[in-house]
Design a protein around this ligand. Structure first.
Ligand code: C6P
Length: 403
């Protein structure tokens, strides 16, 4: 894995006089040359709009764009490319379902089930929908600092639920949720399921048919791909029964002053000129990750997550959040009474990139009784030595503030 560092030009730099240690991968990962080069190649050779042209460049752009859709379907083991809708990312994918599925299927008094560890992107769209439809939100509780879902009352909570949306990996806790089991139980209760795979898509093999979900959302930029690009997987029969999300070019079959008809899925949900270079970049990212092997990336992530948890637990007065075992490749913590923003700022002075705040999980932080946490998150190019450096720097910061 270490040799892979060389594929990522941004890692090869000093920050504030020290070698960069990039531990902010849950926010966005770095991009390998294969992805950067593919986007550049698209703009240098194939740049044209998709679907509307018959000239050579437009054909190439269309082939590449639709080829990326096929590649994404294969990456997720979807039944067909028509089940893949390109979006701006996880946030837009979830908003699309809340808007286009919700408008059709949610009625006053209906219930939506979420968990207490959801990112705001998997909370606010449902709050907006619930307010519009007169529906109610329920939450699967989190056990406390250990950060697991308390599934004790899950069947009771699922009873009468129309849709259950939950994260695969928590960006704030590092918890890996049992997505297959959650989908099975939701299905048994007749609920539609949405998996937020923002933190898992580039970190583990993902098989939507094995998981058994109805929808799954991901962002390219968290899996070595470009920003502003992502996708929604949706089971075809559900997508076909949904209204369009936005109106405009590309999503129509025929248009008249008095009314219009819609294109078939997936184009029904892709109004306007899409992020074409983003699709080329996403495809390159998927090829890159599969070239390494997503099972190997998962193993590496888990090993770093476990190592970081153990090393940081040695620091006196630190409070670690999330499970001690079986965690993903990220660790969130409170360093005594040092504010997270001070930790992040001081670590940056020696070239270590961390993130501090509520990580868009304000209700979870409130429940755990903390305003903010510091988070170190890893990817395939990070090493145990970088975690050792982090642990040393955190000790120094702690000592400095204890004087
Ligand atoms: N989490 C983090 O630093 P977008 O912004 O659409 O690409 O992804 C949103 C999102 C949805 N779900 C989960 C679990 C996420 O972690 C994120 C993004 C970043 O943790 C930004 S707050």
């Amino acid at each position: 894995m270490e040799a892979r560092r060389l594929d990522f030009p941004a890692l090869d730099q000093d920050v504030n006089g020290n070698r960069l240690v990039y531990l902010d991968n849950a926010a966005t990962t770095q991009k390998p040359r294969a992805v950067i080069g593919e986007i550049r190649r698209f703009y240098e050779r194939d740049n044209s709009n998709v679907h509307r042209g018959v000239h050579e460049l437009s054909n190439r752009a269309t082939l590449g764009y639709e080829g990326a859709r096929k590649r994404a379907a294969e990456f997720l083991n979807a039944t067909s490319a028509e089940e893949i809708i390109f979006t701006r990312g996880t946030t837009e994918s979830i908003n699309l379902v809340a808007s286009a599925w919700g408008a059709r299927h949610l009625r006053r008094g209906d219930r939506i089930l979420l968990t207490e560890m959801e990112h705001h992107s998997n909370l606010i769209p449902w709050q907006l929908l619930a307010a519009r439809a007169g529906a109610r939100l329920d939450f699967v509780p989190v056990t406390g600092d250990e950060g697991l879902l308390d599934l004790g009352r899950i069947d009771e909570l699922l009873d009468g639920t129309r849709l259950f949306a939950f994260t695969h990996i928590s960006n704030a806790l590092g918890t890996v949720n049992p997505v297959g089991e959650l989908c099975r139980r939701a299905k048994a209760a007749g609920a539609v399921t949405l998996v937020d795979a923002a933190q898992s898509a580039g970190h583990a093999p993902l098989n939507v048919r094995e998981i058994g979900c109805d929808f799954l959302a991901l962002s390219a930029h968290k899996m070595a791909g470009p920003t502003g690009m992502g996708l929604l997987y949706g089971r075809r029969e559900l997508l076909e029964a949904m209204d369009p999300y936005q109106g405009g070019g590309e999503m129509i079959s025929s248009v008249d002053f008095g009314g219009s008809t819609w294109a078939a899925v997936p184009h029904k949900f892709e109004a306007g000129t899409p992020d074409i270079s983003g699709a080329f970049g996403l495809r390159a990212a998927m090829d890159y990750l599969d070239g390494i092997g997503r099972d190997r990336i998962l193993e590496h992530d888990r090993a770093l997550g476990a190592y970081a948890y153990a090393r940081l637990a040695e620091i006196p007065g630190i409070r670690l959040l999330g499970p001690a075992e079986g965690r993903a490749g990220l660790v969130s913590f409170v360093l005594g009474d040092v504010h997270a923003h001070d930790v992040v700022m001081l670590a940056d002075r020696v070239g270590i990139a961390l993130r501090g705040g509520h990580h868009c999980t304000q209700p979870l932080h409130r429940k755990l009784g903390v305003e903010s946490t510091t988070r170190a998150s890893f990817y395939l190019y990070n090493t145990a030595e970088e975690i050792d450096r982090l642990a040393d720097v955190l000790r120094e910061i702690k000592r400095y503030f204890s004087r």
